[in-house]
Design a protein around this ligand. Structure first.
Ligand SMILES: Cc1ncc(COP(=O)(O)O)c(C=O)c1O
Length: 441
């Protein structure tokens, strides 16, 4: 046994920009180069609330929240204290044994879903794992195989999840998982059928008729396509899509990895704004405020289909992550993030629309709550994407203390998804910096 009195020396850690970037280049996988925020890497040191500091102690307002993982804010006192309490008790306990954190968390989490169905939760570690699990559940429950997904959707990059992701730059040139059909995504700004809803819904029926035996396992969509460029599904689309899916024997899966936990304002979950009730919901990112955690919440009868063969995931239900998840649920309520996503999100959107009125390069401002996108075009009538200009605005923002994302299939959409604790005065600051950036391009 370890001697209790033994004093371990703390590990030495460098804060040198050059050391960290060289180590990353030399010892970490080259694949990191494919998804790096800036060509000159940003090396971060600490965070507090909606702010980050780099290794040079430069402060930033963070509009990306680590790709929406930081929901209730960096260094959140409740999340930290609950996670630390659990570290000191038991860092891990596999699901072969019972433990208090996953069971408490499951009860508290399913209690946040609309009443009616008997919801159950299954915890894993990343969005991609949760997506794979949701697809497996849908297939086992229905006994059918094909899954319909949306073009331009993002569901992760592991084997199964990558097959659902409908974005060329995310598709490795290898045989993909079978049984996935992509239909046109209802994009009111650039979509093949413009801002209409019915033709996009009809495409689901056409895909069932043309490419399946007539029965499908399910349909999956993000309420707002995040990585794909912050593209909200128009009102009525999910209701139509769910109807077509259920008519073909499938279950309806919503990917709330980005949109969940009050992010989109007005409701706790993104699907609620569309007035629908899914059968399976996939959660990730903000669920753990930075701790590796994801979940599939499903109607019990669907999840029961997974109980016929073994299913085990070594780190699924990790008690530290579940302790953090419980604290996130509490913080969402106590910090009133839903109200903030509504009020500050609305104020931010209005200010961005104000920028659109001033700057021709802004073709579209969209999204809801604190999940917003600003699409840059060279010309509003041709909608030719202005990706270089978007890069310049993002670089200007970085130089002036604002981290903003740049995404969309053409790389021309500024992505704005700050921690849910961002305040009005931060909005004034970031909009002024973006305004300057637009004046420089
Ligand atoms: C909507 C959505 N689903 C799934 C995933 C995959 O999550 P992960 O990167 O944790 O595997 C992501 C990641 O960005 C996402 O945005």
């Amino acid at each position: 046994m370890r001697r209790p009195e033994k004093a371990y020396r703390p590990l030495e850690t460098s804060d040198s920009y050059d050391t960290i970037t060289q180590q990353r280049e030399t010892f970490m996988s080259p694949s990191l180069r494919t998804f790096q925020a800036y060509s000159r890497p940003l090396v971060l040191k600490r965070g507090e609330g909606q702010y980050l500091w780099d290794v040079h102690e430069k402060k930033y307002v963070d509009l990306m929240a680590q790709n929406l993982c930081i929901s209730v804010g960096y260094n959140h006192p409740l999340v930290n204290s609950e996670a630390k309490r659990q570290i000191d008790r038991l860092a891990h306990c596999t699901t072969m044994y019972a433990q208090s954190m996953p069971s408490h968390f499951a009860e508290e989490l399913v209690g946040r879903f609309p009443p009616g169905p008997e919801w159950v939760a299954h915890f894993v570690n990343s969005g991609s794992e949760a997506i794979d699990l949701a697809i497996l559940m849908a297939r086992l429950f229905t006994g059918h195989f094909e899954i319909i997904a949306l073009r331009n959707g993002y569901h992760g990059l592991h084997f199964g999840a990558m097959a659902l992701t409908g974005i060329q730059s995310c598709r490795q040139p290898v045989p993909s998982a079978h049984g996935i059909l992509h239909v046109p995504n209802p994009d009111s700004y650039r979509g093949v059928f413009g801002s209409a809803v019915a033709p996009y819904v009809d495409e689901i029926g056409h895909a069932v008729m043309a490419s399946t035996p007539g029965r499908i396992a399910g349909f999956i969509a993000e309420p707002i396509q995040g990585f794909g460029g912050v593209i909200p599904l128009p009102p009525g689309y999910l209701a139509g899509a769910f109807e077509r899916t259920r008519a073909a024997g499938g279950v309806c899966i919503v990917d709330e990895v980005q949109t969940g936990f009050t992010r989109t304002g007005s409701h706790y979950w993104g699907f609620q704004a569309q007035g629908v009730l899914p059968d399976i919901i996939v959660l990730g990112k903000g669920i753990g405020n930075g701790f590796p955690l994801s979940a599939v919440v499903a109607k019990r009868e669907i999840a029961e289909a997974m109980a016929r063969k073994k299913f085990f995931n070594t780190y699924g239900s990790n008690p530290i992550s579940c302790a953090a998840g419980r604290a996130v649920l509490r913080a969402i309520e106590e910090d009133r993030t839903l109200r903030n996503a509504d009020e500050t999100g609305d104020y931010l959107k209005q200010r961005l629309l104000g920028l659109q009125a001033k700057h021709e390069r802004i073709g579209d401002v969209r999204g809801s709550g604190l999940m917003l996108g600003v699409e840059l075009v060279k010309d509003r009538s041709t909608k030719e994407p202005a990706d270089v200009e978007a890069g310049k605005v993002a670089a200007h923002a970085r130089d002036n203390g604002v981290i903003v994302g740049k995404g969309g299939v053409f790389g021309n959409v500024l992505r704005i998804n700050p921690p849910l604790c961002i305040e009005r005065h931060d909005v004034d600051f970031v909009v002024d910096i973006l305004d300057q950036g637009f004046r420089c391009i």
